[in-house]
Design a protein around this ligand. Sequence first.
Ligand SMILES: O=C(O)CCC(=O)C(=O)O
Length: 312
Amino acid sequence: MHRQKTKFSHRVNRVAGALERRGIRATYELHDRVLSNRRSRRLFSQDNPELDDVQRRIVSEVDADGYSVLPFGELVRDPEVWRDIEAQRDRFVAETEADLAAGGENVRVRQGKEFVVRLHSYGVELGLDDPWFRACLSRRMLDLANAYLRMWSKLEYIDVWYSVPQTAGSERVSSQRWHRDYNDKHLLKAFLYLVDVDEEMGPFQYVPGSQPGGPYADAWPWSPLGQNYPTEEELEQRIPGSAVHAFVAPKGTLIFCNTAGFHRGGFGTTDPRVLATVTYSSPASLASLTERSYEFAGSLEELDAPARFAVS
Ligand SMILES: O=C(O)CCC(=O)C(=O)O
């Protein structure tokens, strides 16, 4: 009897879970086609930003291949911005390494992804005094994100990561494995390397052309809340190793990428990998599948309209 009851309640939970997932997917589609994203597309078409050559190149490369890579200073030319971000990195690395040396009790990690120590994580307040946040909200970054998404985007997630080297022989877990991000197809992430990253430090890796609309889009295709983690072997059988791009690159390298395409990274075994990251997504994602990682601490009045939209 007890066994039957347990089996029954498992089935109820499974069915309830499936129904809930179906509801979340339907909500995403509705927000993408009709509700949130329609307004966002209209706002963009009424205020189509003029891009310079560098921004245009990034957008057309991400359109074609799913990624674009360039030195940060080519896009954000004010050297003070980079200097401020480096100072932010130095404080974060010093604090993280002191915490780790003392047993790692105070580092900010998320369950299941303990290999990434975060400067902010979720539920923080951020203002324009944070240099990486300031850069991500600048028109240099935001205009190209909006142009790629063809709508005013939401700045949904922002952080600085310290990827802790893994012990030899450990297995890849979570985002160290090939996956598509489940939370939006209108997605642009940026990764700014804050240290030189070599093959052993867990470089970010991407399958060019696996973004929605690309030639590998039909391999375990993207769907909202999809189960987008094939085994490493399955992916390697379908997509030749020669098609994978590993971003082994010096510090100051900026990678833009639609991570609805296949990617993985952070599986380092030697030195820590330190990078700053940001996610621009569509309003449909925030309405159904994601939570903004921060609250804007400044006054909305001091922002222009696309930036105000991005943080609220
Ligand atoms: O740490 C990495 O390089 C991978 C990150 C990742 O999977 C993601 O941001 O979605």
